[in-house]
Design a protein around this ligand. Structure first.
Ligand code: SF4
Length: 222
């Protein structure tokens, strides 16, 4: 069951937030009539803010060499995980910028160390662009990166907006990376691990009626 393209376009153009919310709730009730909503407690941990992508909407990243750039020490990451567990958390979403110098062994050691210490913790880590970045700087395939990350303890991959793979929208927000190339490479990452990804879309990203609505010709991971 899904919206028609015309319905999705109408909602995208509407400023009736309550009405759109009621429609969404109605659809949700049809798909999941049990009226049970679940949630989990987790925490975002940004292991580094150094990034070479320079997305125009991003206030988080710092360029290489910035005095405000950081890579979190492992002890600091442990401390954040402890705080999460103390609040009933069951997982962490760990993402950072596209660091040009952190190689495969850094990520493997990081995940392996966390998993050894907190075996029950769900590790939902590293967006498609980060995985592509690791593959690129290490000269290995995306498949190998994901396979090695899984071996080290990775449980699933966040969407991180990669499902809005529309050239026009991304051109207005992402950095200088080729949009088409970004999409092609993102698809490669998605295909490698089809069943363990989550969708996400950053508020304020600029979908257009022609390309960005859920029922229209939105670009999704394959
Ligand atoms: S890739 Fe991520 S961290 Fe880097 S500039 Fe874009 S949104 Fe910011």
């Amino acid at each position: 069951m899904s919206l028609t393209e015309a319905q999705a376009l109408e909602m995208l153009r509407s400023d009736d937030l309550i009405g759109v919310g009621m429609e969404a709730d109605s659809l949700r009730r049809k798909l999941h009539p049990g009226n049970i909503v679940t949630y989990q407690i987790d925490r975002n941990i940004n292991y580094t803010n150094i990034c070479t992508e320079y997305c125009s909407f991003c206030a988080f990243y710092r360029p290489v060499g910035s005095p405000e750039g950081y890579v979190l020490p492992l002890e600091t990451i442990y401390q954040k995980i402890e705080e999460t567990i103390a609040l009933g958390g069951t997982g962490v979403l760990m993402q950072g910028g596209l660091h040009p110098d952190l190689k495969m062994d850094y990520y493997e050691n990081l995940l392996r160390a966390i998993k050894a210490r907190y075996p029950q913790l769900h590790l939902h880590c590293l967006s498609a662009p980060e995985i592509l970045n690791i593959a690129e700087i290490c000269g290995i395939t995306v498949r190998e990166v994901i396979s090695r990350l899984v071996d080290a303890g990775l449980d699933s991959i966040p969407g991180a907006g990669a499902e809005i793979l529309d050239d026009e929208g991304r051109h207005r927000t992402a950095g200088p990376v080729s949009q088409v190339d970004h999409r092609r490479r993102g698809r490669g990452a998605g295909r490698c691990w089809r069943s363990r990804r989550s969708p996400a879309a950053a508020t304020g990203r600029p979908p257009t009626p022609a390309t960005g609505c859920p029922g229209g010709r939105s670009r999704r991971w394959p």
